[in-house]
Design a protein around this ligand. Structure first.
Ligand SMILES: [Zn+2]
Length: 345
């Protein structure tokens, strides 16, 4: 069992500068209390199942706990400063191995299952040898519900009798596809959605300013979901709303904008309205000689909206937008509502 193996070149998810101290996670007080205590007493179960909604911090907590196991400064939780903690933080610790959905070769798409071959090469083979640097060899399987039945069966023995140096974290937001035999070998730690106060605290911590209530509500107590809405999808949505503000729905823009608007109306009309409110506010600031507050990165587009609608037009639109949430709550057809909001005669 000497450290003779070659380091395998496997794609690792690089999380740059993840805060590995427990203080970095907002919410999840009960789960963190359990993890802290177990680390302090040296009684952390070797096979942990972190269950709960998507995007509430399960994988982050697993990384933090992994750092706590590898930290040089004892068992008081990860210090965040020693070399092992920093390596975990940067996603480059050789004894922390992440197993997840891989990309299909030649395409940008992720597989939908973690298959048995992956379990063999990424878990069972490395598990046969002790850790390189630390006291523990940590496996983080995320999403564990993606393990197909064969893959789960291949894992069973290792979960039942793991080597003393092994630590498993199974991360799952849907437990129904986990075999009872697998679940029975895990110690489950339950994570929950954040309450509104915790979501606010998360926004503050993440430097997300001026998030409107509808956007917070759409995230459903999941910081991960909120970031997704603000990021990728959110950016695309903002682009559409910006076009609606500067061009409006008219004869020439209708063919290209209307289908997108229709999709947005189906998916999340409140989010569109809330985004438009923020953008119109910033445009109004520009119209009155000021600077945008939230959407500084798209100031040029906002100026185009000011030029197209004028201060009076923006005021009028702001008024209509202010009434939109109540109208949506009263079952007004979302598509018609959005059409009317942005229609320019
Ligand atoms: Zn440390």
């Amino acid at each position: 069992m000497a450290r003779k193996r070659e380091r395998q070149e496997e794609p690792q998810v690089v999380r740059r500068n993840l805060e590995v101290r427990f203080e970095g996670l907002v919410g999840q007080a009960a789960a963190l209390r359990f993890l802290r205590k177990a680390l302090q007493k040296g009684v952390l179960p070797q096979v942990l199942l972190f269950s709960g909604p998507r995007g509430v911090g399960k994988a982050t907590a697993a990384m933090m706990t992994a750092a706590g196991l590898l930290c040089e400064k004892g068992n008081q939780g990860p210090c965040g400063e020693c070399l092992p903690c920093r390596k975990v933080s940067r996603g480059i610790h050789p004894d922390v191995r992440e197993v997840g959905l891989e990309l299909v070769e030649g395409s940008g798409k992720a597989r939908t299952q973690i298959v048995v071959e992956q379990v063999r090469t990424q878990v069972l083979q490395p598990l046969a040898l002790p850790p390189y640097e630390g006291r523990r060899l940590v496996f983080l399987i995320d999403p564990a519900e993606a393990l197909n039945a064969n893959a789960q069966n291949a894992l069973l023995r290792s979960l039942e009798e793991p080597p003393s140096y092994a630590q498993f974290f199974l991360i799952a937001s849907n437990l129904s596809s986990l075999l009872p035999t697998v679940r029975s070998r895990c110690h489950e730690v339950v994570f929950s959605s954040l309450d509104p106060g915790e979501m606010r605290a998360f926004c503050e911590r993440a430097g997300l300013e001026g998030i409107e209530e509808p956007a917070l509500a759409a995230a459903g107590g999941s910081p991960g979901q909120l970031l997704a809405l603000q990021g990728g999808e959110g950016a695309a949505r903002r682009e559409v709303v910006l076009r609606l503000l500067s061009e409006g729905l008219n004869l020439s823009s209708y063919p290209s904008l209307h289908p997108i608007l229709e999709t947005l109306a189906k998916e999340n009309p409140r989010e569109v309205v809330s985004m438009a409110v923020g953008l119109v506010r910033d445009a109004a600031r520009i119209a009155s000689g000021g600077e945008p507050l939230r959407h500084r990165d798209v100031a040029a587009h906002l100026r185009a909206a000011v030029a197209a609608r004028g201060a009076a037009g923006l005021d009028e639109l702001a008024e209509r937008l202010a009434q939109a949430p109540a109208q949506l709550a009263h079952n007004v057809n979302p598509r018609l509502l959005l059409d009317r909001l942005f229609l320019v005669p």
